[in-house]
Ligand binder design. Structure first.
Ligand code: IPE
Ligand code: IPE
Ligand code: MG
Length: 247
């Protein structure tokens, strides 16, 4: 396979629902937070693999709008862990040329976490090797509603006409406006659902579900998912014959 061909078969944007930490810990008789801690290593590995392989963007779902419904102690420990990990991983991310941006509603987060997120984004702003997006207090419906609200405000201010609101206009207001649409979505942990992750950008994504629990997800399985993706025929509404005729 030529490099050109390999490149076309590589997703530009991979989005991952990192699920199964709690069950991984429970299977070992450990508290759930131990599973969340063990979930950091696969994040490191996949960030490194993605940038080595030439993937443009990687979006990771770390805390959903709905995860506040968990027991308060798990929520507290999770945010403590998220804050610590952002800080401890930052130098390595920066050195590898990763640009980190957070997507999600920040107002509910503690000032300390908000400050760390802001600092991480500032420090890595000029990097361009891999666009890393971490979804924190994120919900796909929240994202679309925010976009709608901002567009409505612009219409009310007279800066935009209602008839100018089309798919591109909505797309440009979403949290992932600056990266390509998702090509490959991976969910670990055995559930076949989207759980309010990026909704708009999954419109034509290939969906890869695996029973592997997130802390056990390896670079080797990531590469398996990428190989599976490479074998998909992305028809975007056309027929397979049309695509084969076009080469
Ligand atoms: C995913 O693992 C991590 C977060 C949602 C924060 P879970 O904590 O959902 O693990 P399971 O699904 O209970 O095993
Ligand atoms: C989705 O996992 C959210 C993250 C991975 C951060 P959940 O474990 O919260 O999903 P549901 O609630 O089982 O659908
Ligand atoms: Mg879960």
């Amino acid at each position: 396979m030529s490099n050109d061909c390999a490149d076309r078969r590589l997703p530009r944007h991979v989005a991952i629902i990192m699920d199964g930490n709690g069950r991984w810990a429970r299977a070992r008789g450990w508290p759930r937070i131990a599973g969340h801690r063990a979930g950091i290593q696969p994040v490191r590995e996949l960030v490194e693999a993605s940038s080595e392989l030439g993937i443009q963007a990687l979006t990771l779902f770390a805390f959903s709008s709905e995860n506040w419904r968990r027991p308060p102690e798990e929520v507290r420990l999770l945010w403590e862990l998220i804050g610590d990990v952002i800080e401890s991983e930052l130098p390595a991310l920066n050195e590898s040329g990763v640009r980190l941006r957070i997507i999600g509603e920040r107002r509910r987060l503690s000032f300390s976490v908000q400050n760390r997120l802001h600092h991480a984004e500032q420090l890595t702003a000029a990097n361009g090797r891999l666009e890393l997006r971490i979804a924190l207090n994120y919900g796909g419906r929240w994202d679309i509603a925010e976009a709608a609200r901002r567009l409505a405000e612009r219409v009310a201010e007279g800066c935009l006409a209602a008839h100018e609101i089309d798919e591109d206009a909505v797309d440009a207001e979403l949290a992932l406006a600056d990266v390509p649409s998702v090509d490959l979505m991976i969910r670990t942990g055995g559930e076949n659902r989207i759980s309010n992750f990026v909704l708009w950008q999954l419109a034509y994504a290939e969906l890869y579900f695996t029973d592997t629990l997130w802390p056990s997800f390896t670079r080797a399985e990531y590469e398996q998912a990428l190989a599976w993706f490479a074998g998909r025929q992305r028809r975007y509404g056309q027929t397979g014959d049309q695509l084969e005729a076009a080469g």
